[in-house]
Ligand binder design. Structure first.
Ligand SMILES: NC(=O)c1ccc[n+]([C@@H]2O[C@H](COP(=O)([O-])OP(=O)(O)OC[C@H]3O[C@@H](n4cnc5c(N)ncnc54)[C@H](OP(=O)(O)O)[C@@H]3O)[C@@H](O)[C@H]2O)c1
Length: 249
């Protein structure tokens, strides 16, 4: 089966492309570095010829509010229109757990727009919402650092390893469209400060971690439950501690 992975050269995209190739599918990794641009539409019609499934794991080069909205709006619009013309039978996209609960975040608002475009396009679809990747922890620390202190909201986190996200996407890409949302989280739920303390200690980083009810997550106020699944979710197999131990070994 021909599967096109848009954003197939990114963190998740690369892992997904390898997994699908390993089980014998014809997989095209499409992104600007391979001549396919979902925002301008360049190369889309050609790459979709004969595709049965399209997976969208793109990300915006800029996280500035207007730029990110324009990215997900234009790329989703172009992709879905090209897929309709090409007769693609399943559109699978990666979104974020809690995306609808954080309207103060420009990034989350843009992902909601992406989800709504998918839901109304008329193409059978599946949306996988994942929690924060383990690999995001470094960026969280950078954004929350104030001198020698890392100030974090009093919220819960249930992060997941990128390889587990890619494995879930591979399973969904090879199954029937759900025409709905599937959620994925990691196996452990932490308080934000406890999670980041473990991350810093594994990296021999002596910065002080403080839970602060006024602290923001990338500029956004969180409730305790904002970032964790509220109902049934699929659970990744990799524990954060094991990933930290492996990374430091
Ligand atoms: N980080 C998290 O914790 C988290 C959690 C849940 C969901 N997500 C979602 O996961 C998705 C993928 O994230 P990631 O970390 O794998 O992203 P990434 O490593 O930044 O990769 C992004 C990919 O998008 C491609 N791309 C950029 N502009 C494009 C365009 N105009 N047309 C087509 N492709 C384009 C890039 O192409 P080049 O390689 O050619 O530059 C790259 O292959 C995002 O949508 C994000 O919202 C992230």
């Amino acid at each position: 089966m021909k599967i096109v992975v848009i954003g197939g050269n990114g963190l998740i995209g690369k892992k997904l492309v390898s997994r699908l190739r390993e089980v014998g599918h014809e997989v095209v990794a499409a992104s600007p570095s391979s001549g396919v641009n979902a925002v301008t539409g360049a190369g889309l019609a050609d790459v979709l010829v004969g595709a049965k499934v399209v997976v969208d794991v793109t990300n915006s080069p800029s996280f500035e509010d207007e730029a990110v909205l324009e990215f997900f709006e234009k790329s989703s619009h172009n992709l879905l229109a090209a897929e309709t013309k090409a007769g693609v039978g399943h559109h699978l996209a990666l979104s974020i757990v809690g995306v609808e609960r954080l309207p103060d975040s420009g990034y989350m608002r843009a992902k909601v727009v992406q989800e709504k475009l998918i839901e109304s396009a008329g193409i059978p679809y599946t949306i996988l919402r994942a929690t924060q990747f383990f690999e995001l922890m470094g960026a969280i620390v950078q954004s929350a650092t104030d001198g020698q202190t890392v100030r974090l909201p009093s919220a819960l986190m249930q992060p997941v390893l990128s390889d587990d996200v890619a494995a879930m996407l591979a399973e969904l890409a090879l199954g029937e469209p759900v025409n709905g949302i599937v959620e994925l989280a990691g196996p452990d739920r932490f308080r934000f400060d406890e999670l980041i303390s473990q991350f810093l200690s594994a990296n021999h980083d002596t910065r002080l971690v403080v839970a602060d009810s006024q602290a923001r997550y990338f500029g956004v106020k969180l409730d305790e439950q904002s970032l964790v699944p509220q109902g049934n979710s699929r659970i990744g197999s990799t524990h954060f501690k094991d990933w930290l131990n492996q990374a430091s070994a």
